[in-house]
Design a protein around this ligand. Structure first.
Ligand code: PEP
Ligand code: MG
Length: 536
């Protein structure tokens, strides 16, 4: 047995066998590179390796399935060695200074599109060969085996996992995640928690192999390779104890979220998918304090249209049966990139074009979302919330877009409702301007995940600065106090929707500071209610 200490990304315990997750081609990230020669050399090496692999596969296929069927691999080899394929990749690397994997990905897509435009079906079908070839080279570039993992009932091990991949894997049976890079606040971790899947990050994943027996202790942030009987027994006992605690908390369903001294606090849920609304109802959430809408936009090739968005928002609002729903406008960028938005690659995406900045730059996309939100507001109490605000001017512009969306619906005679307007306070600038901002919005919601990252200058994706990324840092606590004071002057409520809101060690302090509402992962709702009910 070997114990590896990492960091908790999602609590809970799982025991099972490892599946090394290779990712998939659409997860290829675009990176700007300095060392173009290195990328060219990497490509050359991977292309030669891929050719050798294809030759092996071809010979093996002749033996196993016959010469005729095996010819497909011979044809692939010719495509791979075709001069125009290699030239496209080399030119892309040199001209655009992009990483080799991305250039190969683009070449695959480019030549696949050319084949796809051909009149006869046989030639069109070769588009899949192109994708196969580029996938093979990319796998080699990323030291993957290119097998296209199909994990099921396994503990997924990978260097890093994106929110898109967690979403993609949700239909398969994932027992737990072990990653090398990541953090508690990363969106992949937030998703894992909302799905109740344990996850540990900050672990050297090179020592894992497919099929290895492991035990994941999400609570303690550690992993046991080949766990012995004592550890298994201890972990299973903890699973049972936690199940019993959860069972006991169910008696709080239907009770008020109120302190012993009678201070009422609203208890809302954070959700990032349509399905989670069921958990909010089941765990007695008093509303949705943060609907992260990125799920509608990520992991797909086209943006969702107004009608699709409207139907999703409408469904959630109707499911909440008159309880409030706060819909946050799109916050892509950062660790949530969308493939179809023409965004320049950024050296530092967390400080780049994300949140309200993206929306104000892509007005058509923003207006479509605002129209869908206003239409859903005809079905129940809806608020709209803008992320990543840093100035009063941004709020003014966002509100002008909202008004334009309302007017367009009015003109077209389409039913819509009134919405309250709030902002995420998640940048130090918004904290410093909280008095001024409070004058122009109806509510604040403090996003402590980003606020901590920006205040402490510690990238929340970067495992090596997780010790600096201290959500309890006195600077963060002082900032929350300042935001509450700013809001109080204007008489608007303040909620907390970052992960700190689900941290029971600070619940009492936050309630005493004057936080009006907590918005937490649905699985945490009853735990927070229990904690608030114990505060005097
Ligand atoms: C936050 O930053 O605290 C927050 C709730 O927003 P997100 O995690 O979606 O960036
Ligand atoms: Mg945020």
């Amino acid at each position: 047995m070997k114990r590896l200490q990492g960091l908790c990304a999602s609590d809970g315990i799982a025991i099972g066998t490892v599946k090394i997750y290779q990712g998939s081609q659409p997860e290829i990230m675009l990176r700007r590179v300095q060392d173009v020669q290195r990328e060219l050399a990497l490509y050359q090496f991977a292309a030669e390796e891929a050719a050798a692999e294809l030759e092996r596969v071809y010979r093996q296929a002749i033996r196993e399935v016959g010469k005729q069927a095996a010819e497909i691999f011979e044809a692939q080899l010719m495509l791979l060695q075709d001069a125009s394929f290699g030239r496209f990749i080399q030119e892309k690397i040199v001209r655009e200074r992009v990483n080799a994997a991305y250039a190969v990905y683009c070449a695959g897509e480019h030549f696949a599109a050319i084949f796809n435009a051909m009149p006869d079906e046989l030639t069109r079908a070769r588009r899949m060969d192109m994708k196969d070839i580029s996938g093979r080279i990319i796998s080699l570039l990323e030291q993957k085996d290119g097998a296209g993992a199909q994990p099921e009932a396994h503990i997924i091990v990978c260097r890093e996992i994106t929110p898109g991949a967690v979403m993609a894997l949700r239909s398969t049976k994932v027992l737990a995640y072990i990653t090398e890079n990541g953090s508690y606040q990363s969106h992949a971790a937030i998703l894992a928690r909302s799905m109740g899947i344990p996850a540990v990050t900050g672990v050297d994943v090179s020592t894992f192999t497919d099929g290895m027996e492991v035990a994941v202790d999400g609570d303690g942030g550690c992993v046991y390779q080949e766990p012995d009987e004592d550890i298994r027994k201890e972990l299973l006992e903890r699973v049972e104890a936690s199940r019993q605690r959860e069972q006991a908390r169910r008696t709080l369903i239907g009770t008020e979220t109120v302190t012993l001294s009678g201070q009422k606090v609203a208890l809302y849920a954070n959700i990032g998918s349509r399905e989670e609304v069921a958990a909010v109802r089941e765990q007695d959430g008093e509303g949705i304090g943060l609907l992260r809408t990125e799920f509608l936009f990520l992991g797909r090739s086209r943006m969702p249209e107004e009608e699709e968005q409207y139907r999703t928002y409408q469904y959630i609002v109707e499911q909440m049966q008159g309880k409030p729903v706060v819909i946050r406008t799109l916050d892509i960028g950062g660790d949530k990139p969308a493939k179809y938005l023409p965004m320049e690659p950024e050296e530092n995406p967390a400080l780049g074009c994300r949140g309200i900045r993206t929306c104000l730059q892509h007005r058509a996309l923003f207006m479509t979302q605002l129209r869908a939100i206003l239409r859903a507001a005809a079905k129940g109490p809806v608020s709209v919330m803008f992320p990543m605000i840093t100035s009063v001017e941004e709020v003014r512009q966002a509100k002008a877009c909202l008004e334009a969306a309302r007017q367009s619906l009015e003109t077209e005679g389409i039913a819509h409702g009134r919405v309250l307007v709030g902002i995420m306070v998640e940048t130090p600038a918004a904290v410093m301007l909280s008095r001024e901002l409070a004058e122009v919005v109806d509510f604040f919601s403090i996003g402590t995940n980003d606020l901590t990252q920006y205040t402490l200058a510690a990238d929340l994706q970067n495992t090596s600065v997780q010790v600096v990324y201290d959500t309890h840092h006195p600077a963060i606590m002082k900032m929350i106090e300042q935001v509450v004071a700013g809001a109080r002057q204007a008489g608007i409520p303040v909620s907390i929707c970052g992960e700190l809101g689900a941290d029971t060690t600070v619940t009492e302090a936050l309630v005493h500071m004057g936080i009006h509402a907590f918005s937490v992962n649905p699985v945490k709702l009853l735990e927070i209610r229990e904690r608030i009910r114990s505060i005097s």
